[in-house]
Design a protein around this ligand. Structure first.
Ligand code: UDX
Length: 423
């Protein structure tokens, strides 16, 4: 069992701390936000994530996990994971200031021969800045990017597709990969720069894939093909793979948009024109616009004075995160074209944009709406009986950007049903 310190208890840090504790390690989670430390120490989760509270309670009770607001608490740890944010800077690059500050703060505190691991998503070669800021020749700096999806972060931690560990010392890299206790999982031991780039290259590839999927859906609509069949057919080719092929209102979240922009800056800084990254970002905006165009078309080519009922604010289901959510992007465009919006989300009850009215229930969101627009694929929406809402809406129009509703059922209830990429 190892003594592990985790710096930063945000999404990645909390999952890392809790899951390593669950594996039997002694883990200390540190955060500068003492109010967070109080909540976590009382056994409550600070993020909406399936199974998180239960694992926190269990591992606090068996003393595998503690949360501290003083960084000195990690002095006895052999392995320290940096999980601080790397937000987007004004030019789209990743802001490394938290990573550098944490490395400097840790420098006098780390025990001899400790291992400092960057799990935060950092641009290629950021590890060199960490080495410099740390200024400790006895401490190895290891790059171990995370690939956790919000909403299934715990499952992903214990069942990763791969573990990536980069270091100048393969022995230190092996020590870090051993912490995961997953001998059957593919482990890629490489150099730091390659490990850092694997993360950006993967997320950006997935974003490009989704932009392509959304463009294929648009084309299917125009030519009268069925995107569900086309994408299923594509996915049967093992070189393409059947996952990440669902069209939607666009891709978003705390990672994809930020990572694609940051990779583009890295490429530009190195005189490499990665035009696909810009194309994917532009295409994503076009997808937002296409969804708005569809609503407008169904409502007599004008949104002025219309009320749109929105189902879903989160950037995807099973999370309360709406950072760079395509729902918000679509809603802002609807409002910009003169519509009012009443939104319902199973977990988000408050958003920054006060022009977005939030309903407390599905029924309330439907009242006097001119159209229902599904933007997040929450399970709850799939089970709505259209008969239960048909008398509430003004116009029986439902636009399902996630293709989750049953067209037959909605049509039977008198709705004009519009899917994404098929008639
Ligand atoms: C992502 C990466 O998947 C993860 O490996 C990384 O470490 C963090 O960033 P996450 O941001 O949680 O995870 O979201 P993800 O599940 O990847 O979805 C990203 C966006 O793509 C969402 O807006 C989602 O709705 C959209 N999406 C995903 C689709 O529109 N269609 C799909 O088929 C899959």
């Amino acid at each position: 069992m190892a003594n592990i310190g985790v710096i930063g208890t945000g999404y990645v840090g909390l999952t890392t701390a809790v899951c390593f504790a669950e594996l039997g390690h002694k883990v200390i989670g540190f955060d500068i936000d003492v109010s967070k430390i109080e909540v976590l120490s009382s056994g409550k989760s600070t993020i909406y994530e399936e199974g998180m509270s239960e694992l926190i309670v269990k591992n606090l009770a068996n003393n595998n996990l503690t949360f501290k607001g003083n960084i000195e608490a990690i002095t006895n740890c052999e392995f320290i994971f940096l999980c601080v944010p790397t937000p987007q800077d004004a030019d789209g690059s990743a802001d490394l200031s938290y990573v550098i500050k944490a490395s400097k703060d840790l420098s006098p505190l780390l025990k001899k021969d400790a291992v400092l691991i960057t799990k935060s998503t950092v641009p290629v070669n950021a590890w060199k800045d960490v080495v410099k800021a740390l200024d400790r020749s006895d401490v190895a700096v290891v790059s171990n990017p995370e690939f956790l999806r919000e909403g299934s972060a715990i499952v992903d931690f214990f069942n990763p597709d791969r573990i990536v560990v980069g270091c100048t010392s393969s022995q230190k890299a092996k020590q870090v990969s051993d912490l995961y206790k997953q001998p059957d999982i593919q482990t890629i031991i490489t150099d730091n720069s390659s490990a850092e780039l694997i993360k950006y290259a993967s997320n950006s590839f997935l974003a490009i894939k989704l932009s392509y999927v959304n463009e294929i859906a648009a084309l299917c609509e125009s030519v009268g093909a069925n995107a569900k069949d086309v994408l299923f057919g594509m996915g049967q080719d093992s070189r393409i793979g059947s996952r990440f092929l669902e069209p939607g209102p666009g891709w978003g979240g705390s990672c994809f948009p930020k990572d694609v922009r940051a990779l583009r800056v890295t490429a530009e800084d190195n005189a490499i024109n990665m035009s696909l990254l810009s194309a994917a970002l532009d295409s994503n905006e076009k997808t937002h616009r296409r969804i708005v165009d569809k609503v407008e078309k169904e409502l007599g080519n004008s949104l002025i004075g219309k009320t749109i009922c929105i189902w879903g604010l989160a950037f995807k289901a099973n999370t309360d995160d709406y950072r760079e959510s395509p729902s918000i992007a679509v809603i802002e465009r609807l409002i910009g074209r003169g519509a009012s919006v009443v939104a319902f989300d199973p977990v988000i009850t408050n958003v920054d944009n006060k022009k977005i009215k939030i309903a407390k229930s599905i029924e309330e969101s439907c009242k006097s709406a001119d159209a229902i627009l599904v933007l997040t694929e929450w399970e709850q929406f799939k089970s709505v009986n259209p008969d239960s809402v048909k008398d509430l809406v003004k116009n029986k129009v439902v636009i399902d950007s996630r293709n989750i509703l049953d067209k037959k059922q909605w049509t039977k209830s008198g709705f004009n049903f519009i899917g994404n990429g098929w008639q």
